[in-house]
Design a protein around this ligand. Structure first.
Ligand SMILES: [Zn+2]
Length: 116
Protein backbone atom coordinates (compact mmCIF):
# COMPACT_ATOMS: atom_id res chain seq x y z
CA UNK A 1 0.00 0.00 0.00
CA UNK A 2 1.39 3.37 -0.92
CA UNK A 3 0.12 6.87 -0.91
CA UNK A 4 1.38 9.57 -3.19
CA UNK A 5 1.35 13.30 -2.78
CA UNK A 6 -1.86 14.83 -4.03
CA UNK A 7 0.05 16.53 -6.82
CA UNK A 8 3.33 14.76 -7.64
CA UNK A 9 5.79 17.52 -8.42
CA UNK A 10 7.79 15.42 -10.90
CA UNK A 11 6.72 12.60 -13.22
CA UNK A 12 6.42 9.27 -11.42
CA UNK A 13 8.44 6.22 -12.39
CA UNK A 14 6.80 3.11 -13.77
CA UNK A 15 9.19 1.06 -11.60
CA UNK A 16 7.87 -0.52 -8.40
CA UNK A 17 7.74 1.80 -5.43
CA UNK A 18 8.78 -0.93 -3.04
CA UNK A 19 11.14 -1.61 -0.17
CA UNK A 20 11.86 0.20 3.06
CA UNK A 21 14.60 2.70 3.87
CA UNK A 22 16.39 1.98 7.13
CA UNK A 23 17.74 4.69 9.40
CA UNK A 24 20.46 3.63 11.81
CA UNK A 25 20.16 4.13 15.56
CA UNK A 26 21.86 7.51 15.76
CA UNK A 27 19.87 8.75 12.80
CA UNK A 28 23.00 9.64 10.87
CA UNK A 29 22.77 7.16 8.04
CA UNK A 30 19.85 6.06 5.92
CA UNK A 31 19.97 3.18 3.49
CA UNK A 32 17.59 3.03 0.53
CA UNK A 33 16.32 -0.25 -0.94
CA UNK A 34 18.29 0.67 -4.10
CA UNK A 35 21.53 0.48 -2.12
CA UNK A 36 22.16 4.19 -1.85
CA UNK A 37 22.99 5.43 1.62
CA UNK A 38 23.83 8.74 3.18
CA UNK A 39 27.52 8.03 2.90
CA UNK A 40 27.45 6.92 -0.74
CA UNK A 41 25.48 9.74 -2.28
CA UNK A 42 23.75 12.66 -0.67
CA UNK A 43 20.06 12.35 -0.14
CA UNK A 44 18.19 15.36 -1.40
CA UNK A 45 15.92 17.34 0.92
CA UNK A 46 12.48 18.21 -0.37
CA UNK A 47 9.79 20.51 0.92
CA UNK A 48 6.27 19.66 2.03
CA UNK A 49 5.14 19.27 -1.59
CA UNK A 50 7.96 16.84 -2.41
CA UNK A 51 9.92 19.39 -4.46
CA UNK A 52 13.69 19.13 -4.08
CA UNK A 53 15.06 22.26 -2.51
CA UNK A 54 18.17 23.31 -0.67
CA UNK A 55 15.92 25.28 1.67
CA UNK A 56 14.85 22.04 3.34
CA UNK A 57 18.44 20.86 3.87
CA UNK A 58 19.01 19.52 7.35
CA UNK A 59 15.39 20.03 8.21
CA UNK A 60 13.78 18.03 10.97
CA UNK A 61 10.30 19.07 9.88
CA UNK A 62 8.29 15.83 9.76
CA UNK A 63 6.03 17.28 7.07
CA UNK A 64 8.93 17.68 4.67
CA UNK A 65 10.44 14.97 2.51
CA UNK A 66 13.67 13.33 1.47
CA UNK A 67 14.43 12.09 -2.04
CA UNK A 68 16.88 9.35 -3.01
CA UNK A 69 18.60 10.80 -6.10
CA UNK A 70 19.65 7.33 -7.30
CA UNK A 71 16.24 5.70 -7.66
CA UNK A 72 13.80 8.58 -7.14
CA UNK A 73 12.03 7.16 -4.10
CA UNK A 74 10.34 9.86 -2.02
CA UNK A 75 10.13 9.51 1.75
CA UNK A 76 8.32 11.49 4.41
CA UNK A 77 10.71 12.77 7.08
CA UNK A 78 8.21 11.65 9.70
CA UNK A 79 8.62 8.07 8.46
CA UNK A 80 12.42 8.29 8.34
CA UNK A 81 12.43 9.36 11.98
CA UNK A 82 10.82 6.05 12.92
CA UNK A 83 13.83 4.12 11.61
CA UNK A 84 12.09 2.32 8.76
CA UNK A 85 10.36 4.30 6.04
CA UNK A 86 8.32 3.03 3.12
CA UNK A 87 8.53 5.35 0.11
CA UNK A 88 5.36 7.29 -0.62
CA UNK A 89 6.20 7.83 -4.28
CA UNK A 90 8.89 7.11 -6.81
CA UNK A 91 9.95 9.78 -9.24
CA UNK A 92 11.18 9.04 -12.73
CA UNK A 93 14.85 9.99 -12.35
CA UNK A 94 15.23 10.15 -16.13
CA UNK A 95 12.49 12.73 -16.55
CA UNK A 96 13.55 16.21 -17.59
CA UNK A 97 11.80 17.82 -14.64
CA UNK A 98 13.61 15.59 -12.14
CA UNK A 99 17.06 15.94 -13.68
CA UNK A 100 16.67 19.70 -13.96
CA UNK A 101 15.61 20.02 -10.33
CA UNK A 102 18.46 17.78 -9.17
CA UNK A 103 21.00 19.73 -11.22
CA UNK A 104 19.71 22.96 -9.76
CA UNK A 105 19.93 21.55 -6.25
CA UNK A 106 23.49 20.31 -6.83
CA UNK A 107 24.60 23.64 -8.26
CA UNK A 108 23.26 25.38 -5.19
CA UNK A 109 24.70 22.79 -2.79
CA UNK A 110 28.16 22.82 -4.28
CA UNK A 111 28.48 26.56 -4.70
CA UNK A 112 27.44 27.32 -1.13
CA UNK A 113 29.17 24.46 0.68
CA UNK A 114 32.75 24.74 -0.56
CA UNK A 115 34.15 23.45 2.72
CA UNK A 116 32.68 19.96 2.38
ZN1 LIG B 1 17.23 4.81 -3.71
Amino acid sequence: MTTTPAQPIYPLASLPNDGVAITDEDGENQTCPCGNDSQAADWVPADTTGAMTFEASGSSNPAEHTVCPECGRLYRNADLFTGAAAPIARYDVTSAAFTAALAQYNRYAFTTKESR
